[in-house]
Design a protein around this ligand. Structure first.
Ligand SMILES: Cc1ncc(COP(=O)(O)O)c(C=O)c1O
Length: 397
């Protein structure tokens, strides 16, 4: 097997996907970042501070929990990787800490971020409060309304939240505005991207910072099962960061099947969907060549999902490559299936998952497991932010 097949190459490509398609004005910023990130991430000083904050501030390692009643229901052994138990309630904090530590080492004073569900915005605002950095978060107006608790948290943490009114006022539009801001402040500003999207080196950098998830799964499975790999890894994908972290150390292990759950919305052919891997064609979005939902003229289509963190019309280049190489199976989970799965986990295990994570749970009924299969499913976040959506959609279950 070509061991490099799934990893980024020196030009920032995963097979046909990736690269850095950026305006001239960002060239210097992106080159500066590309030159700095591996040097910093591999330095002892960074590694030590990052590991210490993940342990003492985030509360890592996050538990790998054997979900007995869920296992019984699906006829296999299901472990949940509990990213929902992290400080701020999701995996996003792992990446935010890493990038703000990098920004400081690059001498940047001002942090900007985009956010969909608000989890990445809250994580970034949290780290900025901790490290006394100025923070501006761009968020689509639609998401500001459906995730308003997270908006209030960001403000309480001292960040400025800028509502975005272009497009359908969700994650894509927030990302556009953040990139515009970066173009205007290339000298002092660091852009903390929240997922494995954007121009190289972001997808690789975010995947590396989230790879702590699979590093821990290996150790924890060894303790529980006497072997360090599962038969299945399951994660939801918006831009792809929790999935990238979950699979990172298993990419070259053929024994491990990878299942990615994307947002089917109201159904992939309904015109209201965010199932980018299945509906997308090769295109460029936010600086990366990847699968993009687009019309015949190449205009980006507005995605839809009940979940604010998954309605993005692109996908990380790492995942586009995993899907086209058939290394990962991609399933579209519709809104109603995700909501049913969230209620099921809540009733069976007493865990209210984030709506995004509920899509990963919705994949369980679509896979035929053998009784001896060991499954690790990442619960990327907790459901507190989604209570209103759950209550408004209770009729779906
Ligand atoms: C809890 C949670 N899970 C998953 C996602 C999707 O992002 P990603 O695909 O980068 O993990 C989000 C995005 O906001 C989120 O808040």
């Amino acid at each position: 097997m070509n061991r490099k097949k799934y990893q980024v190459d020196s030009n920032g490509y995963y097979g046909n996907f990736g690269g850095a398609y950026i305006p001239e004005i960002l060239h210097r910023c992106v080159t500066e970042l590309k030159d700095a990130y591996l040097r910093v991430l591999d330095s002892d000083d960074f590694k030590q501070e990052f590991a210490q904050l993940l342990r003492d501030y985030v509360g890592r390692p996050s538990p790998l929990y054997l979900a007995n009643r869920l296992s019984e229901k699906y006829g296999c052994k299901i472990y949940l990787k509990r990213e929902d138990l992290n400080h701020t309630g999701a995996h996003k904090i792992n990446n935010a800490i890493g990038q703000v530590l990098l920004a400081r080492r690059m001498g940047k004073k001002r942090i900007i971020a985009e956010t969909g569900a608000g989890q990445h915005g809250v994580a970034t605002a949290t780290v900025c409060a901790l490290m006394n950095m100025e923070c501006v978060v761009y968020m689509g107006e639609t998401d500001v309304a459906r995730q308003h608790i997270n908006v209030e948290k960001m403000k309480m943490l001292g960040a400025e939240v800028r509502p975005v009114t272009s497009g359908n006022k969700t994650l894509k539009d927030a990302t556009n505005e953040a990139i515009r801001d970066w173009c205007c402040h290339p000298e002092d500003t660091y852009y903390v991207i929240g997922s494995t999207v954007g121009p190289h080196p972001y997808p690789d950098m975010v995947a590396r910072l989230q790879s702590v998830i699979s590093e821990e799964i290996k150790k924890q499975l060894m303790e529980h099962e006497g072997r360090d790999y599962p038969d299945y890894l399951i994660a939801c994908v918006g831009g792809g960061s929790n999935a990238a972290g979950t699979v990172y150390h298993y990419l070259n292990n053929d024994k491990v099947k990878i299942v990615l759950a994307e947002a089917g919305g109201k159904g992939i052919h309904s015109g209201y969907s965010a199932a980018t891997i299945q509906l997308g064609r090769l295109g460029i979005i936010h600086g990366a060549k990847t699968l993009v939902m687009q019309d015949e003229d190449g205009q980006i289509l507005e995605p839809y999902s009940v979940s604010a963190g998954l309605d993005y019309p692109g996908i990380g280049p790492l995942h586009a490559n995993l899907a086209t190489q058939h290394r990962a199976t991609v399933l579209a989970i519709n809104d109603d299936e995700a909501i049913r799965a969230a209620y099921e986990l809540t009733r069976l295990e007493g865990i209210i998952p984030a709506l995004e994570s509920a899509h990963a749970l919705g994949a369980l009924e679509k896979v035929s497991f053998r009784p001896e299969d060991i499954v690790v499913l990442t619960v990327s976040g907790r459901g507190d932010k989604d209570m209103e959506t759950y209550l408004n959609n209770v009729q779906m279950c």
